[in-house]
Design a binder for this molecule. Structure first.
Ligand code: TYD
Length: 145
């Protein structure tokens, strides 16, 4: 699958660094939710789900984490370890997160509020849904998703 990374402009000066995230500018969607993951225990795997509609942008603002991403065409590993790099997570992408560094703070921006019914938590269900996806991008847009 194609991995979409966004290089975020760093504003560096004598004081240090600053990165700004702006909706529909360097973040390619309307930001309706921000959450962050930290204090992840050793050897933990998170995620293990896909979203039917949600789009997200993940930034490791501190430390590092590995993503396994799969759009149905097979798994790809992506390491996030740079606070000026964003990883776009489109809809219908299976994700697993692991190898969190002890200091990892992973910030995620999302275009929808938290909605458990948007989750697909069984990998075989995901493969079935993605194979016969009845919600192509244009239909999702019509539905305002
Ligand atoms: P979950 O999405 O299962 O995390 P992960 O897939 O990374 O393991 O969420 C963990 C818990 O946090 C779960 O109880 C739901 C809650 N949660 C919210 O309340 N709001 C949110 O925006 C998110 C992402 C999770």
């Amino acid at each position: 699958m194609e991995i979409e990374r966004i290089q975020l402009q760093q504003h560096g000066d004598a004081a240090g660094m600053l990165v700004a995230l702006e909706e529909e500018r360097n973040v390619p969607f309307v930001i309706r939710r921000v959450y962050y993951i930290f204090g992840t225990k050793d050897a933990v795997h998170r995620g293990r789900h896909a979203h039917r509609y949600l789009h997200q942008l993940a930034v490791a603002v501190r430390g590092s984490v590995t993503f396994l991403l799969d759009d149905g065409s097979g798994p790809v590993e992506v390491v996030l370890d740079n606070p000026s790099q964003g990883l776009l997570l489109g809809r219908m992408v299976w994700r697993e997160l692991y190898d969190f560094s002890e200091d990892c703070v992973l910030m995620v921006l999302a275009d929808q509020l938290y909605d458990r019914s948007d989750y697909i938590t069984d990998y075989d269900d995901f493969l079935r849904e993605v194979a016969g996806s009845v919600y192509p991008e244009d239909m999702a847009a019509c539905l305002g998703r």
